[in-house]
Each structure stands twice: as structure tokens, then as C-alpha cells.
Design a binder for this molecule. Structure first.
Ligand code: 5RP
Length: 262
């Protein structure tokens, strides 16, 4: 990333910056994965270095762990933290009930474990991630490499009786080789187009041998901080039933992370 930020990056940045306000001294904080979560980690790192914020971060991927250490955040493992005050993470899609599709970055397993071990999960997203029905974004499922082709066939066969529009799936690749997760597994992306009953689909997929976890986050997210390219942010809290609107000024001095990779 270099130079002026695009509107979408500004939207991600303001969502991340607003969500950083949730983090207080002494907290144990789950740190998500992806480009929006990377903005959060950078914002929090700045507050640690320049504002004296003291917290411990539990990263959801090796990428996030590397970035967190680079920006000065104290990193601990989930085993050390055991339970977290909050997790802040991005999403590929969110609906009106704050159910999510996650895993576009391939970190869904650690993300779901960490979010579920938290008192609160806050999602940060640009407005383009909001959908009426989940499923336009391919649903990632993490599968064991052993016999993955058989698992794929079983998943596709099971989708026949599910409330979805598409049933194609593809093995996620990294160049010529399968993409391998931090846990050494593969990802199948399910091209479902529209998911009529996300809760049922999540339960059914997770029953299949070979499937480790799926990218549907049902009843896990508590609030979403939505960023817009013009600096507006909206915070929707599903438990409180509140919607707050705000505007953050985007200063060019905020673009101080341009030379850091995601
Ligand atoms: C990684 C994720 C990400 O949170 C999701 O893909 C959103 O990424 P981005 O903020 O880059 O759009 O689930 O596994």
C-alpha cells in the first residue's frame, strides 16, 4: 500500500480506529486477521507506543502475531490468556442479525476459537460487507488434508438437501499448491450464492468427518463497527439494540502505516 488511501481502505481504517476505543488497560484482547484487522492492530500499536495503553493481545494467525509484535503489542497465547475480554476482527459478510461469514483470509478456525472464548466479539467492516442474506461470498470450510476429495464430495452431496442456491466447491490454492492453514489443514470454498438457513447449515457441515470448522459465525458477534469511505462510522450493538453514528476525521498523518504490509 502506498500514497493516498482508497475509499475502501479509509472505511476500514475508520472502523478499526473507532473499534480501538473498546480496548482498555489490563484487557486480554483477541486480534483478528485480514486487512481491516491489520488496521486495528496498527491503531492499537500506536496507542501502546504513544498513549501508554497496556493490554495483552491474542492473535488469530501467525500473520497477525508478527504484525502485533512489530507494532509493539504484547502477544500471549490463548493457552496463557484462557479467557478474553474482547475480540475484534473483520468479516467477509455480516447480516442484520450480525451473523457472519469469515475465513476469506484462511484463519477461520483460530478466529472462531478466540472469538468464542471472549466476553464480547466486535466486528469491524466497511459498509460493502453488509448483506441481506449470507452466501454471496464463498463460505470457507477448513478440512483435514487426508481424503479431502472425499470430504468435498460428501459436502457437495449434503448441500442438495440444504437451503442454498449453489453447490459448487473449490479447493483454495496458493499458486500451484493447496493453501495450507496455520493448523496444517486445507480450505474448501463453497459457492452457495444464498444461504437460507445459516444456523442449520453450520450444524450440518460440522457433523461431517473431515470437516474441522466452517466460516459461519452464528450468535457470536455482539457489535459491528461499520466504516464508510467519507469517515462516517456506525456502531450497531445487537445486545443493547443501539445504533450510534459518528464521524472520524481522516488526517494524512493517520496514513502513517503505508509502508507496512498487511
Ligand atoms: C480472515 C477473515 C477476515 O476477517 C475476513 O476475510 C475479512 O478480511 P478483510 O478485512 O481483509 O476484508 O475472516 O480469515
Amino acid at each position: 500500500m502506498s500514497g493516498e488511501l482508497s475509499p475502501i481502505d479509509k472505511a476500514k481504517f475508520v472502523a478499526a480506529k473507532r473499534a480501538a476505543d473498546y480496548v482498555e488497560d489490563g484487557m486480554r484482547v483477541g486480534l483478528g486477521t485480514g486487512s481491516t484487522a491489520a488496521w486495528l492492530v496498527r491503531c492499537l500499536g500506536e496507542q501502546v507506543r504513544e498513549g501508554g495503553l497496556r493490554f495483552k493481545g491474542v492473535p488469530t494467525s501467525t500473520r497477525t502475531a508478527d504484525l502485533a509484535r512489530e507494532v509493539g503489542i504484547e502477544v500471549i497465547s490463548l493457552a496463557e490468556a484462557r479467557w478474553l475480554d474482547i475480540t475484534i476482527d473483520g468479516a467477509d459478510e455480516f447480516d442484520g442479525d450480525l451473523n457472519l461469514i469469515k475465513g476469506g483470509g484462511g484463519a477461520l478456525l483460530q478466529e472462531k476459537i478466540v472469538a468464542t472464548a471472549s466476553d464480547q466479539m466486535v466486528v469491524i467492516a466497511d459498509i460493502g460487507k453488509e448483506v441481506e442474506h449470507l452466501g454471496a461470498f464463498p463460505l470457507p470450510i477448513e478440512v483435514i488434508p487426508f481424503g479431502w476429495q472425499t470430504t468435498q464430495a460428501l459436502v457437495e452431496e449434503t448441500l442438495v438437501s440444504m437451503d442454498v442456491l449453489g453447490r459448487q466447491s473449490s479447493l483454495r490454492m496458493n499458486g500451484e499448491r493447496p493453501f495450507v492453514t496455520d493448523e496444517g489443514n486445507y480450505i474448501l470454498d463453497l459457492h452457495l450464492q444464498r444461504i437460507g438457513n445459516p444456523r442449520q447449515l453450520s450444524l450440518v457441515i460440522n457433523q461431517m468427518p473431515g470437516v474441522v470448522e466452517n466460516g459461519l459465525f452464528i450468535d457470536i458477534c455482539d457489535a459491528v463497527v461499520i466504516g464508510y469511505g467519507d469517515g462516517r462510522v456506525e456502531v450497531r450493538d445487537i445486545n443493547e439494540g443501539t445504533v450510534e453514528q459518528d464521524r472520524l476525521d481522516f488526517l494524512e498523518s493517520d496514513n502513517l502505516f503505508t509502508d507496512l504490509a498487511d
